[in-house]
Design a protein around this ligand. Structure first.
Ligand SMILES: [Zn+2]
Length: 241
């Protein structure tokens, strides 16, 4: 049995569909050793899938930015170079053209590289996460061995680069925490304390009932007590209708 995997890329704006074969597997019979996908095949498949996807994405981005956004003229290319991007699924060499801006709309603006603008960092966030996470649990050398065992990272990782990555991320996190602390202190300084009103010289006491009787007079027959707690501190009277 021969099994092929094809990656179909459907672009936008009438771009023709491209079909790329990224893997082919041969299986004879059925046993434990031949059943399903092998680890090395999976790593190879991930590597091919990553490089094919990245090439398609970069090509579309370059095509989109290679025309003047004002007049639509095609921008001239000064030259090409390759930039290296390290991802969790392999080391990628990406073609990066340098373009002249539109002379008619932008005058003598300097040349630019659209891929450089889109990728200011050359290490994927996921690879940074994996490197730092495993480096926190084991040595840098073991981190390299473990990640290379399950991911297509041959010639991508080195103990020195992981050490440098951990140090860089540590400094970045420290700077971010210092910035947050400074911003919180500035906000706290800008917040006015609540205004507490001055205490009023008038004292008021709320009561739930009472009875006033003019001195020397007994309660009117139109008034009667409504409960028998005459001896206690709580008394309540109601007027008869
Ligand atoms: Zn233009």
């Amino acid at each position: 049995m021969r099994i092929s995997l094809q990656l179909v890329v459907q672009g936008e704006g009438g771009v023709p569909v491209t079909v790329t074969e990224i893997g082919q597997f041969v299986r004879d019979g059925l046993d434990v050793g031949s059943l399903g996908l092998h680890l090395e095949e999976a790593k190879s498949l991930l590597g091919w899938l990553q490089s094919t996807m990245v090439a398609a994405q970069v090509a579309e981005a370059v095509a989109r930015t290679s025309v003047c956004p004002t007049c639509g003229a095609q921008l001239a290319c000064k030259g090409h170079h390759h930039l290296v991007f390290r991802s969790a699924f392999g080391r990628l060499s990406i073609d990066s053209p340098r373009l002249y801006p539109c002379r008619r709309c932008q005058g003598d603006a300097p040349t630019f590289s659209p891929v450089d603008r889109c990728l200011p960092e050359r290490v994927s966030v996921e690879l940074q996460y994996l490197e730092v996470k495993f480096a926190a649990l084991m040595s840098y050398g073991l981190t390299v061995n473990v990640l290379q065992e399950v991911l297509p990272l041959d010639h991508v990782l080195a103990a020195s680069s992981i050490r440098r990555q951990v140090s860089t991320l540590g400094r970045r996190l420290g700077a971010a925490q210092a910035t947050n602390a400074r911003q919180q202190a500035e906000v706290a300084e800008g917040v006015r304390p609540p205004e507490i009103p001055e205490p009023s010289p008038v004292r008021a006491v709320g009561i739930d009932g009472g009875y006033l009787r003019r001195a020397g007079h007994r309660p009117s027959p139109h008034c009667s007590r409504t409960d028998d707690r005459s001896s206690g501190p709580h008394r309540s009277w109601s007027r008869r209708s």
